[in-house]
Design a protein around this ligand. Structure first.
Ligand SMILES: [Mn+2]
Length: 487
């Protein structure tokens, strides 16, 4: 696994997955436009801008912009392998017999890797700047869209500590840069950083540390929707296959990844709010300005030659599609533990995660598709906010959008198969009549049975028989159509 960002960049370069740009570029809008064009083509390398106006530091972007690169970042050949790794660990820790202990021993390395280790010297503290020496404007922080409220840090690992239990949390919350030493701290209502703030005394200064750029598994882990109290650095360790080295901050009582590129140390004053936004968000529309806490930076540490790693969001597909796909694959085994009839699920990019999930189930009893919808809306975190849930039978490949759409359009009777569910919706849901409260839609596109009131015979799929398929494959060369159709 990659010990740090430099190792990841070197590996991308070695595999022809990195393009370096020496021409001068503007961090306001210009990098967005270049990165967006590359992203929308779908097959372009990561971009390393060496000459960014107004900053001595290079900018890395689009490092997660293809599924292959996202998989490489997490040390697997394909994102599906993530689910296999999790499933194998879950299986190992389910001890039923003494002999199962042997299986668990095989996973000792995985288990040890979960626990971060503390180091005393760290590359992220090679340069230390305090108070007046800190100037965030020297960092090449991008301004993405024309109406954005300012430059935003978009890939930060925000470290906070639970004031009661003392355990650390890492979250990824956008940070609008106001001036040399203050930023916004956009932790929304259901985020763990916000919970730490709300659990702190009214006038407290809440210590916060923000790591920018680390090894890719650690950066990904900061974005993962883990349950409260579960340290994101444990997930990072699992993905890396080795403990994450952490170092104590210089001015706040928090530990951050020792191999980070930059670390911002400081505090959020409980009670202080400032207008934040607008921001062109991952929905592709601007989220309106709102009041959010303010982060005061008291110390900035960095490597001697740091790279500023960032991303942009906007109309999909953007890089965050692949961060989300990694989460989708990684969490499938957990979802299946709670809702075992789920065969697979898929968040299409156009659904921007909160708007649409396609789910296939092994249906055994009437109304089961609805049970699955209610179960998903009843889960914590992101799933409960999903605006549309489409449920299909187990034999539909939900990653094949053509097959899924065809199935839904073919099978659904609007009078019978739609579920309207009033409830909480995402803060970024602009369609809902009220902020945070709206109506979700469930679509049951499974085959209906007599128990469900469908008394005719549900029609069979018109598919070719195996013997004809085999004969055509065998004789394919005779037809002179080329190799493509041999299958
Ligand atoms: Mn968390």
């Amino acid at each position: 696994m990659y010990p740090n960002l430099a190792a990841f960049i070197a590996d991308l370069r070695a595999h022809g997955e990195l393009h370096e740009i020496h021409a001068p570029v503007d961090p306001r809008y210009e990098i967005t436009e270049i990165a967006d064009r590359c992203m929308k083509r779908g097959d372009q390398p990561a971009l390393l801008f060496r000459n960014v106006r107004g900053s001595p530091f290079p900018v890395l972007i689009n490092a997660f912009a293809t599924p292959a690169r996202m998989a490489r970042a997490l040390g697997v050949a394909s994102l599906d392998d993530l689910a296999e790794r999790v499933r194998s660990l879950l299986h190992a820790v389910r001890l039923r017999r003494l002999s199962d202990l042997v299986g668990l021993l095989g996973h000792l390395r995985d288990l040890r890797a979960l626990i971060p280790r503390t180091v005393s010297r760290a590359a992220c503290q090679e340069v230390i700047l305090t108070n007046d020496e800190v100037d965030l404007r020297r960092l090449p922080i991008l301004t993405t869209w024309p109406l954005d409220g300012g430059p935003y840090i978009t890939l930060p690992l925000v470290f906070t500590k639970d004031p009661v239990s003392g355990s650390q949390n890492v979250g990824m919350y956008r940070m609008q840069v106001y001036d040399a030493r203050t930023t916004g701290m956009h932790w929304q209502r259901h985020k763990h950083g916000r919970e730490h703030q709300e659990a702190s005394p009214a006038a407290a200064r809440i210590p916060v540390a923000v790591a920018l750029g680390a090894d890719p598994a650690t950066v990904y882990a900061g974005s993962a929707p883990l349950p409260a109290g579960v340290d994101e650095m444990m997930l990072a360790g699992f993905l890396r296959g080795a403990s994450v080295p952490l170092v104590a901050c210089k001015t706040v009582d928090l530990k951050v990844p020792a191999e980070a590129e930059f670390v911002l140390e400081g505090y959020v004053d409980n009670g202080e709010l400032r207008r934040e936004g607008p921001f062109g968000d991952h929905t592709g529309v601007y989220s309106p300005p709102e009041d959010y806490p303010v982060f005061h930076v008291t110390c900035l540490t960095h490597r001697r030659n740091p790279v500023y790693w960032t991303t942009i969001v906007g109309r999909p597909p953007m890089e965050d599609v692949w961060l989300g796909k990694a989460t989708e694959r990684l969490f499938l085994p957990f979802l299946q533990q709670m809702i075992p009839e789920i065969v697979d699920y898929d968040f299409p990019p156009e659904g921007v995660f909160q708007n649409l999930v396609l789910v296939s189930i092994r249906k055994r009893y009437p109304g089961q598709a609805r049970k699955v919808m209610y179960a998903l809306w009843g889960l914590g975190h992101m799933m409960m906010l999903t605006r549309t849930i489409v449920v299909v039978d187990h034999d539909v490949n939900v990653h094949d959008y053509s097959q899924t759409a065809w199935t839904v359009f073919n099978n659904v009777d609007a009078g019978r198969d739609l579920v309207l569910a009033p409830g909480p919706v995402d803060a970024l849901d602009h369609a809902a009549p009220l902020p945070l409260l709206g109506t979700k839609l469930g679509i049951d596109a499974t085959r209906k049975t007599a128990e469900e009131g469908y008394t005719r015979e549900w029609p069979l799929l018109a598919v070719m028989s195996d013997d004809v398929k085999a004969a055509v494959t065998r004789r394919w060369a005779e037809f002179g159509l080329g190799e493509w159709g041999r299958r």
